[in-house]
Ligand binder design. Structure first.
Ligand SMILES: *[C@@H]1O[C@H](CO)[C@@H](O)[C@H](O)[C@H]1NC(C)=O
Ligand SMILES: *[C@@H]1O[C@H](CO)[C@@H](O)[C@H](O)[C@H]1NC(C)=O
Ligand SMILES: *[C@@H]1O[C@H](CO)[C@@H](O)[C@H](O)[C@H]1NC(C)=O
Ligand SMILES: *[C@@H]1O[C@H](CO)[C@@H](O)[C@H](O)[C@H]1NC(C)=O
Length: 412
C-alpha cells in the first residue's frame, strides 16, 4: 500500500459507513478518491428477512449507494492501489443506435489508437446472417484532447469520432482481437452463414490488408470463434470456440465441442488445450504466461435466453510448460451480475472482466476488489498503455484513468 492516507481514511469510512438499499444518493465520503464509493462487505453481509434481495443477475444491479454511473465501487482497500489517488471515468464516445463497441479491443501504441468490433448478431449490432459487422477505431489523442477541457471528478461525457475500417471480405463477424503481433493486430472472427470462422493478421494502417492464418480444424469449420490471446512467452495463439454464432442466428448448427485451442505459430498446427465448458468465451494469461484464465458464459444462451443457474464463471488453469495444455482447473471467480465475457490481466496480475454492470476487478487470489460501474453490459476492455483502461459498452466507450499498469498482450 503506497498511500497510507487513503488507508487511514478508508478504515474510518468503513467504521462509520451505514447505508441501506434504496437510500438517496450518498455524497462521496471525505478522503475517498474522486468518482468512487467504498462499499464495505460488512455493511451488506446481512440484509434481513425483508431485505432488498436481487432475483435477477441480468436485470437488477448491485448499487447500494444509488450512485449515478459511471462511477467506481470499492469493495476492498487493495483496489486503491489499482486506482491511485486520482482515478476518473468518462464516457468518451457514444451512438445510441449502434452497438459499435462490443469486443475485440486492441491498442496500437504506434498510432495511439484503439480498435474494436461492433456487436455481431446481437442487439443494435446491425449485423446478421446477411450483413457483416464492423471494425472501427478511435484515436486516444482525440480522447485526451476532449477530456482536457473537463472539470476533474465531474464524470462528464465527451464524444470523439469513430472511424470505420474498410476490411476485405475474408473478415466476417469479428468478435475478438489482440496484439499487436509484430506490426499487425490479430482478429478472430465468428464466420457468417457458410463463411468460415477464422484467425487473421490485419494491418492496423491503411490499406488494412489481411493475412488469414487459420480457418479450419483438419478440414472442419469451427463453430464461431470468439476470443484470442497471444501467449506472452511463446507467441502462440490461444482461442475459444463457443456456439454464439448459431445462438445469434448467423451460423449453422454447431458441429464441434465448445473448447479452447492453441495455434502453434511455427508449425501452424492446431490442438485442443482445454475442454468441459458450457460456453468458453474470454481468455487471458498472466504476464509470465504460467496461468490462463478462461471465462464460461453459459448463463447467456442467445436466442435460448438467459439462465442464471448456468455458469457465469472465470476458471484459472496452469499452463503446461511443455505441451501448453491447460491443467489444474480451479474456480477463480463467479460474477454477481450478468456474465464475465472478455478478460484482461494487468501487470500486477489483477484480473479484469467485462460483466453485466461494467468492468469488475479481482485480485490474483480471486477477491472482488471493485468495479468500474456503468450499469450496463461491458463485453470487454483494454489497457491503452499504463493507467488508461478503455471500456467497451456496446453503444458507448468509457475511459478510466487509473494507476494500474497494463499486462503484456503484444508479442514480441
Ligand atoms: C424478488 O422476488 C420476490 C418474490 O417474488 C419479491 O417479493 C421481491 O420483490 C423481488 N425483488 C426484487 C428486487 O424484484
Ligand atoms: C456522437 O457522435 C456520433 C457521430 O460521430 C453520433 O452518431 C452520436 O449520436 C453522438 N452521440 C451523442 C450522444 O450525441
Ligand atoms: C500488408 O502488406 C504489406 C506490404 O505488402 C506487408 O508487408 C504486410 O505484411 C501485410 N500485412 C498483413 C497483415 O497482411
Ligand atoms: C438452467 O441451467 C441449469 C444448470 O446448467 C440446468 O440444470 C437447467 O435445466 C437450465 N434451465 C433451463 C430452463 O434451461
Amino acid at each position: 500500500m503506497k498511500n497510507r492516507w487513503f488507508k487511514v481514511a478508508l478504515t474510518i469510512i468503513f467504521q462509520h459507513l451505514t447505508w441501506t438499499f434504496g437510500q438517496p444518493p450518498q455524497p462521496v465520503p471525505p478522503g475517498s478518491p474522486p468518482q468512487s464509493v467504498f462499499i464495505d462487505p460488512k455493511s451488506f453481509a446481512v440484509l434481513g428477512p425483508n431485505g432488498p434481495f436481487r432475483n435477477s443477475s441480468f436485470t437488477q444491479f448491485f448499487n447500494p449507494t444509488s450512485g449515478k454511473p459511471p462511477f467506481i465501487q470499492i469493495f476492498d482497500e487493495a483496489f486503491l492501489d489499482i486506482l491511485g489517488p486520482n482515478p476518473s471515468i468518462h464516457e468518451v464516445a457514444s451512438n445510441p443506435d449502434f452497438a459499435f463497441a462490443h469486443e475485440a479491443p486492441v491498442y496500437v501504441p504506434d498510432t495511439d489508437e484503439v480498435f474494436f468490433a461492433s456487436n455481431d448478431g446481437g442487439a443494435l449490432g446491425n449485423s446478421d446472417i446477411n450483413h457483416n459487422n464492423k471494425v472501427g477505431k478511435i484515436s486516444m489523442q482525440a480522447v485526451e484532447k476532449a477530456l482536457q477541457g473537463l472539470k476533474p471528478g465531474s464524470g462528464a461525457a465527451v464524444n470523439v469520432s469513430v472511424t470505420e475500417l474498410d476490411l476485405p471480405d475474408t473478415i466476417q463477424m469479428t468478435n475478438g482481437g489482440t496484439g499487436p503481433l509484430g506490426s499487425s493486430i490479430v482478429l478472430i472472427t465468428s464466420g457468417r452463414g457458410p463463411l468460415p470462422p477464422s484467425i487473421a493478421l490485419v494491418n492496423p494502417k491503411a490499406p488494412h490488408n489481411v493475412t488469414v492464418l487459420l480457418d479450419n480444424f483438419f478440414g472442419r469449420q469451427f463453430n464461431s470463434l470468439n476470443d484470442i490471446k497471444i501467449h506472452p512467452v511463446t507467441g502462440d495463439l490461444f482461442f475459444t470456440d463457443p456456439t454464439y454464432g448459431f445462438l445469434n442466428h448467423f451460423r449453422p448448427e454447431p458441429l464441434m465441442r465448445n473448447q479452447v485451442y492453441r495455434l502453434d505459430m511455427a508449425k501452424r498446427s492446431v490442438r485442443v488445450v482445454a475442454t468441459d465448458f458450457d460456453k468458453c468465451n474470454g481468455i487471458a494469461f498472466t504476464p509470465d504466461g504460467n496461468t490462463a484464465y478462461v471465462t464460461d458464459t453459459g448463463a447467456n444462451s442467445g436466442f435460448l435466453g438467459n439462465n442464471q443457474t448456468a455458469p457465469a464463471t472465470i476458471y484459472a488453469f496452469d499452463v503446461d510448460p511443455k505441451s501448453q495444455a491447460f491443467f489444474n482447473r480451479r474456480i477463480f471467480a463467479y460474477t454477481d451480475t450478468g456474465i464475465p465475457d472478455g478478460v484482461q490481466v494487468d501487470a500486477a496480475g489483477n484480473v479484469y472482466a467485462g460483466c453485466g454492470d461494467g468492468v469488475q476487478v479481482w485480485s490474483p487470489e480471486g477477491t472482488l476488489l471493485g468495479k468500474f460501474f456503468i450499469e450496463t453490459t461491458s463485453a470487454n476492455m483494454i489497457f491503452a498503455g499504463d493507467g488508461r483502461l478503455v471500456i467497451m459498452a456496446e453503444t458507448k466507450i468509457f475511459v478510466a484513468k487509473i494507476a494500474a499498469k497494463e499486462g503484456k498482450v503484444s508479442f514480441p
